[in-house]
Design a protein around this ligand. Structure first.
Ligand code: FES
Length: 105
C-alpha cells in the first residue's frame, strides 16, 4: 500500500510529504494508529503523532487526523478500509509538528 504522510517542521512551518510503501500483509488488522507506530519503529522514528496519554478506544479524540481528506480517529480507523492512505493533521487547530495539533478551545 502506498502511504503519504504530511510532515510539518516545528521550526519554520514548512511542509513535505513522507512517502512510504508497506506490504499489505503487514497491514492486515491494523488501525491507522498501529500503522503510525509501525512507521516510527521501522521507517522514520522522527514522525510526530499522538501516541502517549491517549485512550486508543475512540474516547479521548486526541488521535484525530485526516485520512484521504476525511476526518477520522486514528485509533478506530482500520487501514484495510483503504486502497491508499494520505494522512494529514486534522483541521482542529494549529499544527505543532507533523500530525500533532494544538487543539482550539
Ligand atoms: S486515542 Fe483516544 S480517541 Fe483515539
Amino acid at each position: 500500500m502506498n502511504i503519504s504522510i504530511k510532515r510539518t517542521s516545528p521550526v519554520n512551518g514548512a511542509s513535505k510529504m513522507l512517502k512510504v510503501v508497506i506490504d499489505d500483509s503487514i497491514l492486515s488488522d491494523m488501525t491507522v494508529q498501529n500503522l503510525l507506530e509501525y512507521i516510527t519503529c521501522n521507517v522514520d522514528p522522527s514522525l510526530a503523532y499522538y501516541c502517549h496519554s491517549v485512550c486508543e478506544h475512540g474516547v479521548c479524540k486526541r488521535c484525530i487526523l485526516k485520512v484521504n481528506s476525511k476526518t477520522v480517529l486514528a485509533c478506530t480507523t482500520r487501514v484495510s478500509s483503504y486502497s491508499h492512505l494520505n494522512i494529514e493533521p486534522a483541521d482542529v487547530g494549529d499544527v505543532v509538528r507533523d500530525l500533532v495539533v494544538c487543539f482550539k478551545k
